[in-house]
Design a protein around this ligand. Structure first.
Ligand SMILES: C[S@@+](CC[C@H](N)C(=O)[O-])C[C@H]1O[C@@H](n2cnc3c(N)ncnc32)[C@H](O)[C@@H]1O
Length: 198
């Protein structure tokens, strides 16, 4: 998405207001103590940091991104917070996830799977197949399409939903949520997909 002015604290600083909001979002989507969470396209860790606090010492967060600078920022934040349960993963191949099959309880896919980063349907489908592979059978994919101010193309959202369904995920619930997007609070929708369909 196009860069915007961030109001978040920067490396090492903790913006407790935004972090509490992000934490509430994560509790709502089912992030719990002891889980393994994959934050695919984690950026500088708006969600990965609170996810690490929620899963606790028995849990693990894989924070995966392609952007070296954002991951460096995330590393600074996690070190300042003394979080030892975040594994930072930098990927080069945009659809490869260096994790074992069925090793993740919950995937966060927030503001990544859209035409800004992946203009071709095949790129998005490759990512979805990789995500499906690493998710446990009872696992969940939590999907936020992107900032509604920017992500206006309903037809694109419908196409992406069809791609998610083609990758064998099943839509379980949709709910309106107050999210954090590039350091700002925005209203949006979260979609929860299961790997195993009822
Ligand atoms: C708009 S940011 C969202 C960050 C975070 N998910 C959030 O909601 O705050 C999108 C991030 O996804 C990363 N990204 C996009 N496509 C990716 C891919 N195929 N593999 C890894 N990271 C990707 C970008 O580098 C960027 O950091």
């Amino acid at each position: 998405m196009p860069p915007r002015r961030a109001v978040d604290g920067g490396p090492g600083r903790r913006n407790t207001g935004l972090e509490e909001r992000a934490s509430r979002v994560l509790r709502g989507v089912g992030v719990r103590e002891g889980q393994t969470v994959l934050d695919f396209g984690c950026g500088e860790g708006t969600y990965a940091i609170p996810a690490a606090r929620l899963v606790g010492n028995e849990g693990l967060v894989y924070a995966l991104d392609q952007d070296r600078a954002k991951l460096a920022e995330l590393r600074g934040k996690s070190e300042a917070a003394r979080l030892e349960n975040i594994r930072i993963v930098r990927v080069i191949d945009r659809a490869s996830i260096p994790l074992a099959d069925e090793s993740v309880d919950l995937i966060l896919l927030y503001d990544v799977l859209h035409s800004w980063y992946h203009p071709h349907s095949q790129q998005r489908e490759d990512i979805l197949h990789a995500l499906y592979r690493v998710l446990r059978p009872e696992g969940l994919l939590s999907f936020y399409p992107g900032d509604p101010e920017v992500f206006q193309h309903r037809t694109e959202l419908a196409a992406i939903h069809r791609e998610i369904a083609r990758a064998h995920f099943c839509l379980q619930s949709t709910h309106a949520e107050t999210l954090i997007h590039e350091g700002k609070v925005v209203a949006g929708h979260l979609f929860s997909f299961a790997k195993t369909c009822n």
